[in-house]
Design a binder for this molecule. Structure first.
Ligand code: PLP
Length: 389
């Protein structure tokens, strides 16, 4: 894992002017001295100097040679899916992000890509489900929103033994907490909207690839389909990455404190946070992650949407909004928001109850966050007039 010094100094000063902040090359095209004679850039969909710095930076942070920047996390996922062919199969983690599920089921299904869902924390289940047509094992670790952790190195071994690739959505960890390529993953992707950019002010996606031939294939798709990241958003993402270490450390401290507080709360049934020793995958999380991250989720004892909705509506600091990983704390009700597109039956089967609330801790003072969530739960319970204990 790169330390703070290494991350900061992996961002180069501008070779042309010495500017310490990477310039924003807001241009569509580049003047050529003669047809085909240019300085490495011909058209900004194909390449752009600001985007190139971000792509080289994410490759450096994930310890591979090449990275690619897209207009959103889902555009990044879409590009990775375009490497497949009709008839190919994906074995995906069962509580996958709702947007990925929707893309698999409502778009790629039409093109003959089939997805089987499995608990990837259960290696036996993965061994059992993988088949001849499986081309990707697709895992998020930790997952969204139940914070399940899978053994990335073991999944890479299973994938490779079956001529499949391991794709890791590393959004919930970030490259300074977890480096899936070093554990054997072939493709790593991020919704850079979250921790990497870090300020809830843009949408972006990043992909890194270990194998040169696969990199060339992904570059071809990036250029051919054109879902690229704009220069200003690339610049903001680079700036966000400069403070990633400070933010993630504080966010992880806040999340652990909130998780420990909620564990003792009489209205709370269970708390999901890989940093808690009681978390079923704590040992593997500890082995493969440097930080446990700012996101946790919890179920209320009364398993009703209405109570969870009331909690979400009555926090003052945790703003009710989709997304996570930013400096300001957010919360959401996955069943009614991020995971609404997942059928209720599948949601329940993957542990997303109607009362589950996801918190994304920002960098506020810890005590302020504890008070905020405590007051909202107390208010919600009194508002619907129920006994919890
Ligand atoms: N992957 C995960 C784990 C996510 O949580 C999200 C969005 O919440 C995405 C991918 C999609 O990213 P974006 O919203 O940047 O398109």
């Amino acid at each position: 894992m790169k330390n703070a010094t290494e991350v900061l100094h992996a961002i180069p000063a501008d070779p042309l002017t010495g500017a310490i902040s990477v310039p924003i090359y807001q241009t569509a095209t580049f003047v050529q001295e003669a047809p085909g004679v240019h300085k490495g850039f011909d058209y900004a969909r194909s390449n752009n100097p600001t985007r190139k710095v971000l792509e080289e930076l994410i490759a450096e942070l994930e310890n591979v040679d090449r990275g690619f920047a897209f207009a959103s996390g889902l555009a990044a996922i879409d590009a990775v899916l375009k490497l497949l062919h009709s008839g190919d199969e994906i074995l995906a983690v069962d509580d996958i992000y709702g947007g990925s599920f929707r893309l698999f089921e409502k778009v790629y299904d039409h093109f003959g890509i089939r997805v089987k869902y499995v608990d990837t924390a259960d290696l036996y289940a993965v061994q059992h489900a993988i088949g001849y047509h499986t081309k990707y094992i697709w895992v998020e670790s930790p997952t969204n929103p139940t914070l399940k952790v899978s053994d990335i190195a073991a999944l890479a071994d299973i994938a490779h033994a079956h001529n499949a690739l391991l794709v890791v959505d590393n959004t919930f960890a970030s490259p300074i907490a977890q480096q899936p390529h070093s554990l054997g993953a072939d493709i790593v992707l991020h919704s850079a909207t979250k921790y990497l950019a870090g300020h809830s002010d843009l949408i972006a996606g990043l992909v890194t690839v270990a194998d040169p031939a696969l990199s060339d294939a992904l570059y071809f798709i990036q250029n051919a389909s054109g879902g690229i990241l704009a220069p200003f958003d690339a610049w903001l993402t680079i700036r966000g990455i400069e403070t990633l270490h400070l933010r993630l450390k504080k966010q992880s401290e806040n999340a652990l404190a909130v998780a420990q507080f909620l564990q003792l709360h009489p209205a709370v049934r269970s708390v999901h946070y890989p940093g808690l020793p009681e978390h079923p995958n704590h040992a593997i999380a500890k082995k493969q992650q440097k930080y446990f991250g700012g996101v946790l989720s919890f179920d209320l004892k009364i398993d009703e949407s209405i109570l969870a909705e009331k909690v979400c509506a009555h926090t003052r600091l945790f703003k009710c909004a989709e997304s996570l990983g930013g400096v300001k704390s957010l919360l959401c009700h996955p069943a009614g928001m991020t995971h609404k597109s997942v059928p209720q039956e599948k949601r329940h089967a993957s542990g997303i109850s109607d009362s589950l609330i996801r918190l994304s801790c920002g960098i506020e003072e810890t005590d302020d966050l504890l008070r905020d969530i405590d007051l909202a739960i107390t208010y919600a319970i009194s508002a619907i007039n129920v006994q919890t204990v």
